[in-house]
Design a protein. Structure first.
Length: 284
């Protein structure tokens, strides 16, 4: 086998012109008249617009880490953010398209596609502030050396589905706020607390390592194992390093018929097993 409490807040509208030179964090409240009528803002029609340049810079992890912000693209993700109460720092939609909340900047279609990380472009995208929390139980998922952003995002999605307390990123992991991970999370990036940990001592509860070579088969539910627990998941090819395995009080494997599961599927199966309720059906 080989990371909130939200209020019901509307995304703030912003104002701009095609010559505005404010940083993407700068925004102003939309006028009441515009909010009521959904009057479009001035259309961005230049590839040299500073706001578009700022969006393109967010494709790079270094810029996301420097600014503490990230991109979400597509109507579903924008809707998920709004439902979770996340306030967009800036929002953009294709000119003439009704997608997205009132007050998003309109951008010529080709220019918006150029600011998107999607090959087919997008109708709407927005910039949000990253949120980080301390690792927390009772059920924490810890990822170590998971470099594939699709796996990271899918595990965040599974953590949401099975009610995990948080997803904690250890050394060598892909950026959970990168575009591919955000898309793979299917909106769970806005509901599952994310944490970072450099040392295993920062993790809550007992440490349970998923390991293909473990003697014990994984069996839940969580309450039968420990009151609080961290599930450790490693990279697909190499798994968890030996020093990490040695630090874990418990190790368990997922019994399968084939050769392997990818990291996201292994974490999903493990979360199901740890959170399932004992069957009340009597054997015949």
């Amino acid at each position: 086998t080989a990371p909130f409490c939200f209020s019901d807040t509307r995304i703030a509208a912003t104002t701009t012109t095609t010559t505005t030179s404010h940083h993407h964090r700068d925004h102003h409240t939309q006028t009441p008249a515009n909010r009521r009528t959904n009057t479009p803002l001035s259309t961005i029609a230049s590839a040299k617009n500073p706001r578009l340049k700022a969006l393109r810079r967010l494709h790079r992890r270094r810029e996301r880490e420097r600014s503490g912000t990230f991109l979400a693209e597509g109507e579903d993700l924008i809707a998920a953010a709004e439902l979770a109460g996340w306030r967009a720092l800036d929002g953009y939609r294709r000119a003439g398209d009704p997608a997205g909340p009132a007050g998003f900047h309109e951008v010529e279609g080709e220019l918006l596609a150029g600011a998107s990380t999607l090959g087919s472009g997008t109708r709407v995208l927005a910039v949000y502030e990253q949120r980080w929390s301390p690792p927390a139980g009772p059920l924490c998922v810890y990822l170590h050396g998971l470099r594939d952003p699709g796996n990271v995002g899918t595990i965040i999605r599974s953590a949401h589905a099975f009610g995990a307390s948080c997803v904690t990123l250890g050394p060598g992991c892909a950026d959970p706020y990168g575009p591919k991970a955000v898309r793979a999370s299917m909106g769970a990036i806005f509901t599952v607390p994310l944490a970072r940990a450099e040392q295993l001592g920062e993790l809550p509860g007992e440490l349970l390592a998923l390991s293909a070579g473990a003697a014990q088969e994984l069996r839940g539910p969580l309450q039968a194992i420990a009151p609080a627990l961290t599930l450790l998941v490693g990279a697909e090819r190499t798994g968890l390093p030996q020093e990490v395995l040695d630090a874990c009080r418990r190790r368990a494997r997922i019994t399968i018929a084939g050769d392997s599961l990818n990291a996201a599927m292994a974490a999903t199966v493990a979360l199901y097993e740890l959170t399932r309720k004992p069957s009340r059906v009597r054997a015949s």
